[in-house]
Ligand binder design. Structure first.
Ligand SMILES: C[S@@+](CC[C@H](N)C(=O)[O-])C[C@H]1O[C@@H](n2cnc3c(N)ncnc32)[C@H](O)[C@@H]1O
Length: 322
């Protein structure tokens, strides 16, 4: 859990004042099926629920990736060298970065996240626990252009993108996003990225349908957020969490399914739902090791090292900009 600790770190807020939430929800609801981009899961409550998902016994990705980082931090350190700027888009609790800081001894750590209060608490915790480290926390939407002008020209940015968050992008968009990371890292710069592997569908199904219902609460919190922030009147009890692996597309899809015929009002816009109608809230693409290497290559990276666990559940790639 993130502790609220007061300590010294720099904070930059790059989110637009009014935000894009309203515009993107209304635009997403004019598509078929309706959709809301997954970045909107992460208000304060969503970030808290995500951390709880990571602790569920069915949710293997977090503990598997942590074990890989603990085991291979020294090898990553040898590839990266000391004194880099470690830049982490979608940093969440920053817990995984902690596993690298001693091995990498970066000059600065740059956590970036759309969930501002959660980011601030996590950055303050890092600054308190690593007094030798410069911490620059950037609240931003990483799918938009973000200025990191405080990074000195001669600095070596190394990107860190764990949690298989790359799986939330459709493959073409993933290549585009990876190319942006390559641009920040610059020629010869590095990217350490965690990527969930294709596997037995039952393991995937359970991971996104935990018995305690935390993933369901996380998914449904999106509608609560729309109610809170966009003056909507979703009846949360009239929607159900649905998550399943789509083997043709190679992704776990999450949806919210209307359990009855109903009309929802969002700030004056009315949307009719029949029983069974879906709001598509997230894709989590799964890749084989080779499939991901192809995407990374298309984005301008060369593969340097890949580590996986013995059960081949999860992969950790170190890539260099070609
Ligand atoms: C799946 S969680 C992963 C958190 C952490 N990196 C980990 O591996 O446990 C995704 C994180 O990315 C953040 N996030 C999602 N979309 C974002 C966006 N477009 N811009 C910035 N942060 C985003 C969320 O707030 C959340 O903290």
């Amino acid at each position: 859990m993130v502790k609220a600790v007061t300590a010294d770190y720099r904070y930059y807020n790059e989110l637009p004042e009014r935000g894009d939430f309203y515009r993107e929800v209304i635009a997403g609801f004019s598509q078929h099926p309706r959709r809301i981009p997954p970045k909107y899961f992460y208000d304060e409550e969503g970030s808290r629920l995500f951390e709880s998902i990571c602790e569920q016994p069915e949710y293997y990705p977090t503990r598997t990736e942590i074990a890989l980082l603990e085991r291979y931090a020294g090898e990553v350190g040898a590839l990266v060298g000391s004194g880099c700027y470690l830049v982490e888009p979608g940093s969440g609790s920053c817990e995984k970065a902690r596993l690298l800081l001693d091995a990498l001894r970066p000059a600065a750590y740059v956590p970036m996240d759309i969930s501002c209060e959660h980011l601030r608490a996590a950055a303050a915790g890092i600054a308190a626990d690593y007094p030798w480290l410069d911490v620059h926390a950037v609240c931003a939407d990483i799918t938009r252009e973000v200025s990191l002008s405080f990074i000195p020209e001669q600095a070596k940015p190394v990107m860190f993108y764990p949690g298989s968050s790359i799986g939330n992008f459709d493959p073409d968009d993933a290549v585009e996003f990876l190319a942006c990371l390559a641009q920040i890292a610059g020629p010869g710069g590095g990217l350490l990225i965690g990527v969930d592997l294709k596997k037995d569908h039952a393991i995937l199904h359970d991971a996104y349908n935990d018995a305690s219902g935390v993933t369901a609460a996380f998914n449904l919190n999106l509608l609560q957020r729309v109610n809170r922030e966009l003056q909507a009147d979703f009846n949360i009890d009239a929607f159900e969490h649905f998550a399943a692996y789509n083997s043709v597309a190679g992704r776990v899809e999450m949806h919210l399914i209307s359990t009855r015929k109903q009309t929802v009002n969002i700030d004056g816009h009315r949307f009719a739902f029949n029983a069974g109608d879906s709001i598509h809230t997230e894709n989590s693409y799964k890749y084989t090791q080779d499939e991901f290497c192809v995407l990374a290559q298309q984005a301008g990276f060369a593969s340097c090292a890949v580590w996986t666990d013995a059960d081949r559940l999860f992969s950790l790639h170190f890539l260099r900009v070609r």
